[in-house]
Ligand binder design. Structure first.
Ligand code: SF4
Ligand code: SF4
Length: 135
């Protein structure tokens, strides 16, 4: 069993296609759309949680890539710029997954990319612009 969060970049010609429902039927995966920005005839972006068998997951990724959909792991998309960070802690209180935490000894902020779900709550919360999302 595998559980992953991925970011899909859809090419223009696929935006109107029911790609995700085909994915569910074809590979028996549990799909959870975490975020989507898809406009007809425009390039689309979707953050997707996928759960299911290892082989089915790998086959589904091959299928998505065969359609010219770019697949990225979610954790690549949100970055923390340590140089800009003043350790104010505003993002720590807002982060729902504790991807951003404060070291209790040093009071320095730490970012755990693996725990980040890309919800973007920290982006407007940061007064220094230290949290960035990249698509
Ligand atoms: S994007 Fe969401 S989960 Fe990731 S660090 Fe920011 S607040 Fe936390
Ligand atoms: S809100 Fe910005 S400046 Fe404050 S601790 Fe978080 S990343 Fe650092």
């Amino acid at each position: 069993m595998i559980s992953k969060r991925i970011v899909l970049h859809f090419p223009r010609d696929l935006v109107s296609e029911p790609t995700i429902s085909r994915l569910v039927k074809k590979y028996d995966l549990e799909c959870n759309i975490l975020r989507a920005n898809i406009t007809p005839r425009q390039v689309g972006i979707m953050v997707l949680g996928l759960k299911g068998g290892n082989k089915q997951y790998k086959d589904a990724i091959v299928y998505l890539k065969s359609l010219n959909i770019t697949v990225q792991p979610l954790s690549q998309d949100v970055t923390w710029n340590e140089d800009l960070c003043t350790d104010c802690g505003a993002c720590v209180t807002i982060c729902p997954t504790e991807a951003l935490t404060k070291d209790p000894n040093t009071q320095k902020v730490r970012f755990d990319k693996d725990a980040c779900i890309g919800c973007e709550l920290c982006i407007p919360a940061c007064p220094m612009g230290a949290m960035e999302v990249h698509f």
